[in-house]
Design a protein around this ligand. Structure first.
Ligand code: CDP
Length: 783
């Protein structure tokens, strides 16, 4: 197939990123850069306990401090009916604790002062009398009858149970398992990790006492959804709320939800009549904002003796922390976990997921993945390797034998997904060729003879991105469609307004490229406006790699509307029928006569001129649209990781990483590769070094980057990337999302490589040197 890079005049290709003109010069404008006249500063007092009753709070010393304007507690909020706020999963979460604290780091009081330092100092003077309670830390024990009930604020909540959810055909799956020649089971933990964007969360609220309009500058991946939630909670009409998400220093799912700090900056501005800024520090961020994963899985795989996989069965305990604040489509409390059948042709599958409360921070967000797909892919790709281990089969060959074949698409999985398109064997074969797979296995065998531990890990993944069709998907009742508005100025320069919000992934460039591709306008002539609810159409924001599949489609379609209108105007200009015109990439010309042509710029000027326009055609060259995707898009990939393990220390060196990704048509291959690089680094981090751990009392053990380790270039190899191109049949430009593919596919490839090196069937992440050493000795270590 011809790659997009080879096509002329498309607008697609390796264009440098427009936003980098400001971002790489340090001229970005982040929330903490916002400074408004008279602005005050807020700081939060947080709980030192994971579970404790609040007996009393004394704020007098803090209030008496110079520069302090107000100290707000949960009791103050209770009086205003604001002590609790709704979560995105139909639960409630304390804005400031009133009765109890339910995790370490929970918000207890808010100080407003003239400067940040005074606010932080005053926080230290607040005295809280706590009665410590036993903490529930182990998700598997959360439902024990003697476990303390965390959510005694809720009526009819007698235990720590949140939900039970299942997908697939249980009876059929049980039958397949009963008749299978081989059944292998494994306990697999996807530990709690944190998205850890470099910019922490923050907001500046400015309630204008005269107009009654609230302007909120905030770290939000979903400004429109946030605005509607604030409108519903505060009873303010939406036109009296303006949410501005300026530049964002990484989101990764962490900035989808609404945090108490945002709400408190608003309350603070209402109380003081002045703008109030709140920006958390790194420890606050790691302790209290949305975590990811924390899935405790019991997987089972059924197969024939010669390695034909027949079925998958999995039971999950999902640790959701103290409040169920996960962000995912309403119908799916376990997100898209039921995509766990992966890339294989199975006879049956069944999963059941039980959500539980524990004394940990809420969240459970899709950290760089589409709603729990990372957990699902990790499960299936570990189980396939566990099967290979038992059958003494080669993991790449076992996968090749079971992958879906190109002619099976569109393919409906045993749990109801309709995969749109794919050529899986081609991608795996390419990865194996790039790796030199057979040669690597020979090298491994030779090294084993010398006592050297080299491992080769294989993973294949299918993602489901672009949430989603309105009839299946909403968040808090809001359908997941996205709007786009395009205006062509008289001189042919354009402004595109979109509802999604870039957090560094280059929308200002790629969305301009989509318009350029449709209309033949130079990318430099197209401004992309985003992240301001007063300036952009409604839509649900950026997460789950949904921007290109949903908003990118809206962008292509709105440009096509403009092109249709431009054709009619061109026909008037050239005095021919529209049917006699042909589109030539950037102009309409008379069929058979390329000289008789009007460029899109000439047409734009004519649309604003005194030219008499055809009947029914309004002036100007503007259009709007709303795109409701008919299906998700299903990018996929084949990853191979090569590691060397130090037999003396258990230390792991990732020597090579080959990643073949297929996200259909690539708008900007350079940006796609950048997205893949980041996701692969994420995977190395999760596989080898990251975990948000707690001690038995619920003390958080990873509240700084000294303890919660981010991978650096030292831990990452030089990535070897490959691509196949299978367009999505239903996306207007054939693009599938890609932002999160690598985060989804890579952790398992690294883990499979390490376990292959030490010849161990399973060990849980993170595979720190101690964990690898323990596994080598047959003594699993859980960090
Ligand atoms: O929703 P999010 O932007 O995080 O994910 P995405 O839609 O997968 O896009 C990530 C970046 O890669 C955006 O700048 C996309 O426009 C770009 N991309 C691309 O150039 N070609 C694709 N087929 C998919 C994404």
């Amino acid at each position: 197939m011809t790659t997009v890079e080879e096509r002329p005049h498309t607008g697609f290709g390796r264009t440098l990123r427009k936003e980098d003109v400001r971002l790489v010069r340090g001229k970005g404008n982040y929330v903490d850069d916002v400074r408004l006249p008279g602005m005050l500063h807020g700081a939060l007092l947080r709980s030192p306990y994971a579970h404790a009753r609040i007996l009393s709070i004394d704020t007098s010393a803090a209030e008496a401090m110079p520069k302090v304007l107000a100290v707000i507690t949960g009791e103050t909020l209770k009086g205003l009916g604001l002590a609790w706020m709704p979560t995105l999963s139909y639960d409630v979460q304390a804005v400031l604790a009133t009765d109890k604290v339910r995790y370490q780091g929970q918000e207890v009081a808010f100080v407003i002062a003239e400067d940040h330092y005074a606010a932080r100092d005053a926080v230290e003077l607040i005295e809280v009398d706590y009665e410590p309670l036993p903490a529930v830390i182990d998700a598997k024990k959360a439902l024990d009858p003697d476990s303390p009930v965390i959510r005694d604020d809720k009526e009819n909540q007698a235990d720590n149970h949140i939900f039970d959810w299942e997908a697939g055909d249980q009876a059929k799956t049980d039958e397949v398992f009963a008749n299978a020649e081989v059944v292998v089971a494994e306990d697999i933990l996807y530990p709690r990790v944190h998205p850890a964007p470099l910019e922490t969360c923050g907001s500046v609220a400015d309630m204008d006492p005269v107009t009654g309009k609230l302007t909120l500058y905030t770290t939000s991946q979903a400004p429109h959804a946030h605005r509607t939630v604030y409108a519903l909670v505060a009873g303010l009409p939406e036109h009296k709320i303006r949410v501005i998400a300026p530049d964002i220093g990484g989101g990764f799912g962490n900035k989808v939800g609404i945090y108490p700090g945002y709400v408190m900056s608003i309350v603070g501005s209402i109380v003081t009549g002045k703008p109030v800024k709140w920006v958390e520090d790194r420890s606050e961020h790691l302790m209290s904002t949305a975590f990811a994963r924390d899935y405790h899985m019991r997987g089972e795989i059924a197969a024939t003796k010669d390695g034909k996989i027949l079925g998958l069965r999995v039971k999950v305990i999902a640790d959701h922390g103290a409040f169920n604040a996960t962000a995912q489509p309403t119908k799916f409390p376990a997100g898209f976990f039921h995509v766990f059948t992966g890339s294989y042709d199975l006879q049956a599958a069944h999963c059941s997921v039980t959500g539980v409360y524990t004394n940990k921070a809420p969240g459970g967000v899709a950290y760089a993945c589409s709603f729990r797909i990372t957990e699902a892919v990790y499960l299936v790709e570990r189980m396939v390797d566990v099967l290979a281990y038992e059958l003494k089969a080669d993991p790449a060959e076992l996968r090749m034998k079971n992958l879906l074949q190109p002619e099976q698409f569109p393919y409906t999985t045993q749990t109801g997904w309709e995969y749109d398109s794919g050529d899986y064997p081609k991608a795996l074969q390419l990865a194996m060729d790039m790796a030199g797979y057979d040669e690597l296995r020979r090298e491994q065998a030779e090294k084993r003879e010398r006592g050297e531990l080299m491992g080769i890990g294989v993973a294949f993944f299918t993602e489901a991105v672009g949430a989603g069709p309105r009839k299946h998907m909403d968040i808090l009742g809001l359908g997941m469609a996205d709007g786009a508005e395009l205006r062509i100025h008289p001189t042919g320069k354009a402004v595109l307004r979109i509802s999604v919000k870039t957090q560094g992934q280059g929308h200002e460039t790629t969305f301009a490229q989509i318009v350029g591709n449709e209309l033949g306008l130079p990318t430099a002539d197209i401004e992309v406006v985003h992240g301001d609810t007063d300036q952009t159409p409604f839509g649900l924001g950026t997460y789950g790699s949904r921007s290109t599949p949903v908003s990118g489609a809206a962008t292509a379609l709105v440009a096509r509307k403009i092109r249709d209108k431009a054709k009619i105007i061109a026909s008037a200009m050239l005095e021919v029928s529209p049917d006699d015109l042909e589109w030539a990439g950037d102009r309409f010309h008379v069929k058979g006569d390329p000289e008789q042509a009007k460029t899109i710029q000439e047409i734009a000027m004519a649309a604003h001129s005194s030219l008499e326009l055809p009947e029914g055609i309004e002036g100007h060259l503007d259009a709007t649209t709303v795109y409701n995707p008919p299906n998700l898009t299903y990018p996929f990939g084949a990853y191979i990781c090569v590691v060397d393990v130090d037999p003396g220390t258990g230390g792991v060196k990732v020597r090579r990483f080959i990643a073949v990704d297929d996200c259909g048509v690539r708008i900007n291959p350079m940006i796609v590769e950048g997205q893949v690089h980041g996701g692969l680094a994420d995977g190395v981090g999760m596989a080898l070094m990251q975990v948000i751990a707690f001690d038995e009392e619920g003390n958080h053990l990873g509240a700084s980057f000294m303890d919660y380790l981010l991978p650096t270039s030292l831990e990452c190899p030089s990535w070897e990337l490959g691509a196949t191109y299978t367009p999505s049949p239903h996306h207007p430009i054939g693009a599938k999302g890609v932002g999160e593919s690598a985060t989804v596919g890579s952790p398992c490839a690294v883990v499979n490589a390490v376990l292959d090196a030490i010849k161990v069937r399973h060990a849980d992440m993170p595979l720190t040197p101690a964990a690898v050493w323990g596994a080598m000795q047959g003594r699993p270590i859980r960090t």
